[in-house]
Structure formats: structure tokens, C-alpha cells
Design a protein around this ligand. Structure first.
Ligand SMILES: [Zn+2]
Ligand SMILES: [Zn+2]
Length: 355
């Protein structure tokens, strides 16, 4: 098995750099996949991300997963952060759909506990056409219910990139939900750097400290349980969930220097979900890049060379995204003008009548 190791895992790293790996062919395969690319933490889907229901794990698979964790020295309570299915929406105002989501959500939490996994990350969903606050309350009550039906796994809410009714693009949504959770030791937050940036929270230069200060004031550091580390294909506030490889997007490499000097992200999963073009080796390379920045203290010259190299690699994609955004905002501007005009026309007769 160890013959497949392509990137040696850094021992005693206080930053738990890792990636979202495949669990195809059996959940225990995820442990090998993580080890082979040098992960100190990892994420996986507990079941098919495309189907509501999957077969339960066999006793054999469960044992194999646990054995491999022991063999490769992963503490499943701290180093593994599964990702819930994207279509789970506990904030859905349609009761039937929310119930379906809850079933899959609870099944995931139970799968975690059967594997002794201590953390579970998921998207808090969308209030859709419902009243946002009412749906946040519904989401919290489902989480409370699930916590009662399980015994130790911590439910981790991920922040989102979008706008409007999407829950968690605004950190205040997450705070609202956390306040309603009865057992506060079972709830946490995962900050996805791409989502944060795309949602309009600047992370660069002096805004870096401001963001975390704001995070601490709104949510509180004690709830920070994990990081999803991704660059962003789109600029600040674009509200698009488009992950980019480290250093190639609008966040850039300088940000990673700040992040890897932040003690508050030590000893928690820091998971890459950057786009993979060929295979997982690309994650191995990015983990090594992170370790280089965090531990090898590169000279300014070396660091800047890397900045330029990666920015060049992402240049075409960034300019395409900028063009798309400009086109979209032009369309938006035209649509707004049209709307104002129609509203004006609607208002005019009233004005005339008054005269
Ligand atoms: Zn996610
Ligand atoms: Zn994420």
C-alpha cells in the first residue's frame, strides 16, 4: 500500500493541511488516498453525493476504515471532516423536502459515528421563498433534533458565497443558528476562504485582521472548527462559488502567508477543495506549497517568483471571469433601467390623477 505514496506526510505539523479525497470503491479507501498525497487531515463524501440514499457500510468496511486510521495515524475525531451532500437543505420551507434532507443528514451523522469521526461539515442551505428567520429557526431545530439522536459528532456549518436567501453568506446567519443550538459543544463553523471572499468579505492586506476580528465578534473563535482553503476564480463580492487553485485566483498567495502565521487555525482540518485537472497529485503539490510557506520561511525573492508563476498560470481564467462579470453587470444595469422605466410608467397615471 505504501508504494503508492507520492508525497510524504509531514510529521508533527501543527497546521493540518489536507484535501477532499475520493472514497470510491469503499469508505476506507479515502484513508489511503489521503495518506498517499501527504494529508494531515482530509474530507470525503460519506455516501454518493448524487443520490439521496446509499447502502449502509458493512462491518468489514467500518473495521478497515478504523484500522487504516490507526495505521496511518489519523485521529478520526480530529483529522477527518466529511462533507454533506450539496442538496441537503434543512432550511427548505417545503416540509416534505426538508424532511427528506433531514433523513440524509441524520444518516450522515450516524455514518460519522460508526466510523468514529468527530466532525461533519455541511451547507446550511437556503430559505428559498420562505421567511428567512423562520427558516433559520427550522434549520436550528433540525440540528438540535439530530444532536439528540446522536452522541458525539460535531455539526459544522460552512459559510457560503451567494446572496439572498442562501443561508450563511452572511456570518450573522450562522450566529443566529448557533444561538438556537442547545448543546453548544456540538456545533461549529467552517470558513471556506473562496466563499468568504466571494461573499464580499475582504481577506487581503489589512482586511485580513478585520475579517477575523469581525468573525470573533459575530461568531466567536471557539466555534471555528475547520478551514476550507480555496482561491477564488471570481473577484471580491462576485457571489460566485468558483474555487481556484492556490495562488491562481483573486485571493492570491500573499494571503496564505498571513493564514499560515495565524495560530488560531492550528490543530484543525485545513482542507483543499481546489479544482483538480488530472489527479490527486495536484493536492499533494498544493499541500507541499502550503508547508513551504508555513515552515520553510522562503526568501522574499523566492516567494515573489512563486507569486508571479501562479498568477500567470491563472491569468486567462481571471480575465475571462472579469469579462463575464462585466457582461453580467451590464445586463443587470439594462434590466434595472427597464424596471425603473416600467415602474415610472405605472406611477405616472397616479401622479396625473392627483394633479
Ligand atoms: Zn462545501
Ligand atoms: Zn468548501
Amino acid at each position: 500500500m505504501t508504494s503508492n505514496v507520492k508525497f510524504l506526510r509531514l510529521k508533527d505539523s501543527s497546521f493540518l493541511f489536507g484535501a477532499h479525497v475520493s472514497a470510491a470503491g469503499g469508505v476506507s479507501n479515502s484513508v489511503d488516498n489521503a495518506f498517499n498525497i501527504g494529508c494531515n487531515s482530509f474530507a470525503l463524501f460519506l455516501k454518493s453525493p448524487r443520490k439521496w440514499e446509499s447502502k449502509p457500510y458493512t462491518e468489514e468496511e467500518i473495521n478497515s476504515f478504523k484500522e487504516k486510521c490507526k495505521k496511518f495515524n489519523y485521529d478520526p475525531r480530529k483529522h477527518i471532516l466529511p462533507h454533506g451532500q450539496y442538496f441537503i437543505n434543512l432550511a427548505n420551507p417545503e416540509k416534505e423536502k426538508a424532511e427528506k434532507s433531514y433523513k440524509s443528514f441524520l444518516d450522515d451523522l450516524k455514518r460519522c459515528e460508526s466510523l468514529d469521526i468527530g466532525l461533519y461539515n455541511f451547507h446550511p442551505g437556503s430559505s428559498l421563498k420562505g421567511d428567512h428567520e423562520t427558516q433559520l429557526k427550522q434549520l436550528a431545530s433540525y440540528i438540535n433534533k439530530a444532536i439528540k439522536e446522536t452522541s458525539f459528532v460535531k455539526v459544522v456549518l460552512e459559510n457560503m458565497a451567494g446572496t439572498g436567501n442562501l443561508v450563511g453568506s452572511d456570518l450573522k446567519d450562522l450566529k443566529y443558528v448557533i444561538d438556537l443550538i442547545e448543546d453548544k459543544s456540538r456545533i461549529g463553523v467552517c470558513i471556506d476562504t473562496c466563499h468568504t471572499f466571494a461573499a464580499g468579505y475582504d481577506l487581503l492586506d489589512k482586511s485580513y485582521d478585520e475579517f477575523w476580528k469581525n468573525f470573533d465578534e459575530v461568531i466567536g473563535f471557539k466555534y471555528l472548527s475547520a478551514i476550507h482553503l480555496n482561491d477564488s476564480k471570481t473577484p471580491l463580492g462576485a457571489n460566485r462559488d468558483l474555487h481556484e487553485k492556490l495562488g491562481q485566483g483573486f485571493i492570491g498567495l500573499e494571503f496564505l502567508k498571513r493564514l499560515t502565521s495565524s495560530d488560531f487555525i492550528k490543530n484543525m482540518p485545513i482542507i483543499l477543495e481546489t479544482p483538480i485537472i488530472k489527479n490527486d497529485d495536484e493536492y499533494g503539490e498544493e499541500i507541499k506549497l502550503l508547508e513551504w510557506i508555513a515552515y520553510e520561511n522562503p526568501s522574499e525573492d523566492e516567494f515573489n517568483k512563486k507569486v508571479i508563476m501562479l498568477q500567470e498560470a491563472g491569468a486567462t481564467s481571471r480575465s475571462e471571469q472579469m469579462k463575464a462579470l462585466e457582461k453580467k453587470s451590464k445586463k443587470l444595469a439594462t434590466a434595472t433601467k427597464k424596471r425603473v422605466k416600467t415602474e415610472d410608467e405605472k406611477l405616472n397615471p397616479v401622479k396625473k390623477a392627483k394633479l
